[in-house]
Design a protein around this ligand. Structure first.
Ligand code: MG
Length: 265
């Protein structure tokens, strides 16, 4: 009797959690458009702002990319450059940085705020989370990856997130921590076969890398790797990569690429 009661109570405790995680089935938009730093350009939003993320979601992009860095006091924030308002992010506290708003008046977003905004009313846009390399050594790099992954997990954002990085050690750390998470390597110095051997199942290289190594497109497809290219703003280059069947194309011109993608269908 007692055993059944304990089991029953355990089931009751587990059920709401399961219901919560099953609530939002993801059905990512059926296009290959990743807005680079959000859809910022057409509306003059700041890059990497929540406004640019929300615009990418509104447009129906299949992904919206953003850059993550860690402050001196271990806050994860969204910014592309090493510096923010001439302050080196890794050597400055979050409080000191966030005194300076973005050009649209938004507060400098934390990763927490960005993920929460990205999950709100969104079941179609992937959150493409770039972890920027650290200038403070390998240990710090691991710490940044660990903190980003822990935050993604704690916010139950896993089903939205694709991890990308230029730092191969960060990729290997991601592979250790979240082996099944979608991830793409950015630097362009490893062949698809090398990536596959390390269990990194995606590549997101500058488009010129695929001009130098056209065979990598076929090789990646044969090996079942996800193919992405950055940052493709030129109409002819978009056509070429669409023709080659890239899974994703990362662009500052998501509106143009969406139009092209729809025309092809
Ligand atoms: Mg980036």
């Amino acid at each position: 009797m007692k055993q059944w009661m304990v089991l029953g109570m355990a089931a009751l405790m587990v059920m709401p959690v399961m219901a919560q995680t099953k609530k939002k089935p993801m059905k990512f938009a059926n296009n290959n458009v990743v807005a680079h730093r959000g859809a910022f350009k057409a509306n003059g939003f700041p890059e990497n702002s929540i406004a640019s993320l929300q615009e990418a979601i509104r447009l129906g992009c299949t992904g919206s990319e953003f850059d993550v860095r860690m402050t001196a006091d271990d806050s994860l924030i969204i910014n592309h450059d090493e510096h923010y308002n001439k302050l080196l992010i890794e050597e400055t506290t979050y409080a000191a940085l966030q005194q300076f708003p973005l050009s649209n008046g938004e507060k400098l977003p934390t990763l927490r705020e960005y993920l929460l905004a990205g999950m709100k009313a969104n079941t179609h846009t992937r959150l493409v989370l770039e972890i920027k390399p650290s200038g403070m050594g390998k240990e710090r790099a691991v710490k940044i990856v660990d903190a980003a992954v822990a935050l993604v997990k704690s916010l139950q954002a896993e089903q939205y997130v694709v991890y990308i990085s230029f730092d191969y050690n960060m990729m290997l750390r991601l592979k250790q921590l979240v082996p099944y998470a979608p991830m793409q390597y950015l630097e362009g110095d490893k062949s698809p076969a090398q990536l596959k051997a390390d269990g990194i199942m995606g590549l997101d290289y500058h488009f010129s890398v695929f001009e130098k190594h056209p065979d990598w497109v076929t090789e990646a497809k044969q090996l079942g790797l996800v193919l992405n290219a950055w940052t493709v703003n030129d109409a002819a280059k978009m056509d070429e990569l669409l023709q080659l069947g890239f899974d994703f194309i990362t662009t500052n011109e998501p509106e143009l690429l969406l139009t092209k993608f729809k025309k092809r269908k």
